[in-house]
Write a protein that binds this ligand. Structure first.
Ligand SMILES: [Fe+2]
Length: 122
């Protein structure tokens, strides 16, 4: 059997309705309000994952990035042994309508993983 190449691109769960423990440890969890007002700051938290991932020098989450649609908002880099793979960001969106927040994280062994959350900006 050929070994999976985790760095070939974005990793996705084989079955989103039945995640494996490894998938639960890598898929970012986004916590945000369901609706916000245009131009008013609000908090978005990103934690990797629904089961905590180890943060050891040999195996850790290197960073998380947050996007609104195609717009890059922020990147938070983590130092293993000193941090947990979790960040709370204050963002402001000056648009109207539905916006897809996208979180991307990189594990030094298991590559890139993403998740999305839709919010309404009015
Ligand atoms: Fe990992």
């Amino acid at each position: 059997m050929e070994e999976k190449n985790f760095f070939a691109g974005m990793n996705h769960p084989a079955n989103a309705a039945d995640l494996t423990d490894a998938e639960k440890k890598h898929i970012p969890v986004i916590s945000s309000p369901g609706s916000v007002k245009s131009g008013e700051p609000f908090e978005v938290s990103v934690t990797v994952g629904s089961i905590p991932h180890v943060m050891e020098p040999a195996h850790h989450i290197q960073w998380v990035e947050l996007y609104a649609g195609e717009n890059f908002l922020a990147r938070v880099a983590f130092t293993p042994g000193f941090t947990k793979a979790s960040a709370t960001l204050t963002i402001t969106l000056e648009v109207a309508g539905s916006v897809t927040l996208r979180a991307v994280e990189r594990c030094n062994i298991h590559g890139l993983w993403e998740n999305t959350a839709d919010i309404t900006v009015g």
